[in-house]
Design a protein. Structure first.
Length: 194
């Protein structure tokens, strides 16, 4: 039953995507990791403006499956199971993707490692960070931002900070409080070499 639900959810998420880029012979999987308010979505948007990627933003996709999200364990498990299936589907179709989610633990990142290995697609890991004082200000400013799809606030950030694992694979690290254009350019160059 859970597998049927996950497939149905993945199909629903797939239907919500707009303007998929043309399929390519060697699609790339970019996984963006970081705490709330660190700039994951902004970075993902900047990268997708430069290269033809579909951005799978977990906060947006959560609202496709749950109009009023609860952010509980069950909802998270359901959402990410659907995102994993959707990621595989898109990559099999030749569509390059950016997964924009906290991805704070190796346990959660392991699924993307496995997808990359299974499909033989290039995996690029990106760790996004910013000083806590800047993050706190960003999260405060989000409250009245109608375009913001995240439900995370400063308390959520502080709670989640305790569960961050170091990325054990090669990855790019960037601080969004400073000019990270050189890192963005390196990632673009790596994608273009494929």
């Amino acid at each position: 039953m859970e597998k049927i639900q996950a497939l149905s959810d993945a199909d629903k998420l797939y239907s919500s995507l707009k303007d998929l880029p043309e399929p390519v012979a060697n699609p790339v999987l970019v996984v963006v990791c970081g705490l709330p308010g660190t700039g994951k979505s902004y970075f993902s948007k900047k990268l997708s403006e430069r290269l033809p990627f579909v951005v799978l933003e977990s906060d947006v996709l959560r609202r496709v499956l749950n109009k009023v999200p609860k952010y509980d364990r069950s909802e998270n498990a359901r959402l990410f199971q659907a995102i994993y299936l959707l990621s595989e589907k898109l990559l099999k179709e030749g569509v390059p993707i950016i997964v924009d989610a906290t991805n704070l633990t190796e346990k959660h990142r392991r699924r993307y490692y496995d997808i990359s290995d299974k499909l033989g697609v290039k995996l690029i890991m990106v760790q996004v960070d910013a000083p806590p004082s800047i993050v706190e200000g960003r999260l405060r400013n989000r409250i009245n931002d109608e375009e913001n799809s995240s439900g995370a606030d400063w308390k959520v950030y502080q709670k989640m900070k305790k569960s961050v694992d170091k990325i054990k694979r090669k990855h790019y690290a960037l601080d969004t409080s400073i000019d990270y254009t050189p890192v963005l350019e390196k990632i673009i160059e790596e994608v273009k070499m494929i």
